[in-house]
Design a binder for this molecule. Structure first.
Ligand code: HEC
Ligand code: HEC
Ligand code: HEC
Ligand code: HEC
Length: 408
């Protein structure tokens, strides 16, 4: 097997591409078939050009630079990758009306040539940089911290309450937290003060704040508890099925009670009991408790240690691109002939493809697991990032097998 050395070249040096790549043309084995577009000769590239002008240019643009939404640039894309995708369309491993119809009438030989031709072209120009003033968005946790400044006076800076009657917010699952804010806003959960607070916070800030508190170090509320914790432990036996044995819930919809402010906890149970706070799951358990038992249970849960949530800090865009670049090359300039260059690709295309991987309409083992973790915002920002990177052409220089002299 020959060794391929990728060389990132300036556009002017691209002319050297076919000559260097064509030192040998070792087609035959399946491995070599994958690489056949990389080894194409200048004559084959010229034939590829003819096919491209006749068949592909009307959609992919005169020089492989697409002017059409939803149609990717092909110019300067990695040759083996292009060939692989063309075969995927032909074998219906990848399905798309326009492309499937076109490749059906082309031989594999033609696919090799047209892939080699597009790979030899000068890549498109990068999209212009983001307009001044549209600074990169701060990451969600930082944004949450900033927005939570309005809440810390009552709930404690890191969500650990020091004010009796005010709940701790640390160790609350974001899903429950967001639901609670919506319930205050809509009035379903009656509290005029929190209704006012909730009305002043945007939806995205609510989820950022929820994330910020969820990632803080859990600690018990710094407030006194009036009841008898030992008696409360017995009385709480009926609560553990939903809230967890020591008040650490495993269910995002059921709040943890461990370490919660006792006065708030007792008041909440009283409200379920009176019907002032309505919830089907809580109506029954609350109605069976007298005032003494409620105080004791509150003291018991307040004495329990809250636990960290299974919530991960989302990656920032630059942490994501570090990961993407491991396969797609620095700045999305892939040096692997099988992996596409992302730099200077159309922004709408990058977004569309990331969605397709995420929903499974386009299948790839390398891409589907990773794209499932991307938020809508990540997709937008990653697409914009790569569309704005300068694209570089790659020449694969074929070296002779080790120990052998190069054929002349
Ligand atoms: C009728 C318009 C049309 C024509 C003609 C056409 N294409 Fe396409 N091509 C598309 C569209 C649309 C896509 C995106 C398809 C998808 O979503 O999978 C595409 C995708 C591709 C891709 C996948 C690129 C990537 O990065 O995933 C390759 C490779 C390709 N075309 C090569 C060609 C070649 C070579 C020809 C000529 C033989 C050609 N196309 C002709 C419309 C066209
Ligand atoms: C003036 C004090 C005060 C401020 C400021 C305040 N809260 Fe509250 N918050 C409370 C009190 C008191 C309650 C309990 C209300 C009840 O009984 O339903 C509460 C309840 C909550 C709950 C429900 C907790 C649970 O366990 O169900 C959430 C969530 C919450 N607040 C979030 C916020 C956020 C986010 C902010 C800032 C945008 C904020 N609060 C600002 C006092 C405050
Ligand atoms: C069938 C499941 C279930 C059982 C049993 C149960 N709970 Fe709950 N509990 C819930 C759910 C679900 C919520 C959230 C309801 C809401 O959004 O208002 C909740 C909410 C609460 C809250 C409000 C917490 C907060 O942060 O606002 C308290 C306090 C509470 N439960 C105490 C108890 C006690 C004490 C018991 C035992 C006597 C108990 N629960 C039994 C499901 C249950
Ligand atoms: C483990 C290696 C690997 C990692 C990491 C990786 N990719 Fe990919 N990527 C691939 C491979 C291989 C393909 C070609 C898959 C196919 O055949 O559909 C691909 C294809 C793509 C495509 C399609 C390009 C086109 O023109 O059709 C996009 C867009 C893309 N990746 C973006 C990303 C982004 C954004 C990240 C980081 C969040 C990422 N990739 C991380 C290996 C990887």
């Amino acid at each position: 097997m020959n060794v391929l050395i990728p060389a990132l070249l300036a556009a002017a040096a691209i002319a050297a591409y076919p000559a260097a790549a064509a030192a040998q043309s070792p087609r035959g084995s399946p491995d070599d078939e994958d690489m056949s577009a990389v080894y194409a000769t200048p004559v084959e590239v010229a034939e590829g050009k003819r096919i491209a002008e006749e068949t592909c240019a009307r959609c992919h643009g005169a020089n492989g630079v697409s002017a059409t939404k939803g149609v990717p640039h092909l110019a300067g894309q990695r040759a083996a990758y292009l060939h692989l995708q063309l075969r995927a369309y032909r074998q219906s491993a990848r399905v798309q009306g326009a492309m499937t119809g076109i490749v059906r009438y082309l031989s594999d030989d033609a696919l090799v040539k047209v892939a080699a031709y597009y790979a030899s072209l000068e890549p498109p120009r990068a999209a212009p940089p983001a307009p001044k003033g549209t600074a990169a968005k701060p990451d969600a946790v930082q944004a949450g911290k900033a927005a939570a400044a309005a809440c810390g006076g009552c709930h404690g800076e890191t969500g650990v309450s020091a004010m009796p009657g005010t709940p701790s917010l640390v160790a609350l699952d974001p899903k429950y937290f967001i639901g609670a804010m919506q319930a205050y806003k809509s009035g379903q959960r009656a509290n005029d003060m929190m209704k006012g607070m909730a009305a002043g916070v945007s939806e995205s800030d609510v989820s950022n704040i929820a994330l910020f508190y969820a990632l803080q170090k859990p600690a018990r509320a710094k407030t006194p508890a009036a009841g008898n914790a030992a008696a409360g432990k017995k009385a709480a036996s009926a609560c553990g099925a939903c809230h967890g044995d020591s008040g650490v819930s495993g269910n995002p919809a059921t709040p943890s009670l461990a370490g919660q402010d006792a006065q708030y906890l007792a008041a909440a149970v009283e409200e379920y009991k009176s019907g002032a706070r309505k919830d089907e799951s809580m109506k029954g358990p609350a109605s069976e408790l007298n005032e003494r038992a409620i105080k004791d249970i509150a003291a018991y849960y307040a004495s329990q240690q809250p636990q960290p949530l299974n919530v991960r800090r989302p990656l920032t865009v630059s942490e994501w691109t570090d990961r993407c670049d491991r396969c797609h090359g620095p700045g999305g300039n892939s040096t692997d002939p099988m992996i596409p260059r992302l730099a200077a690709q159309r922004i709408d295309w990058l977004e569309q493809v990331l969605h397709a991987y995420r929903t499974g309409t386009r299948k790839s083992t390398a891409m589907s697991a990773m794209s499932a973790l991307l938020s809508e915002d990540d997709v937008k920002q990653l697409a914009a990032h790569y569309a704005r990177q300068n694209a570089r052409a790659v020449t694969y220089i074929v070296l002779p097998p080790a120990g052998k002299k190069r054929d002349k």
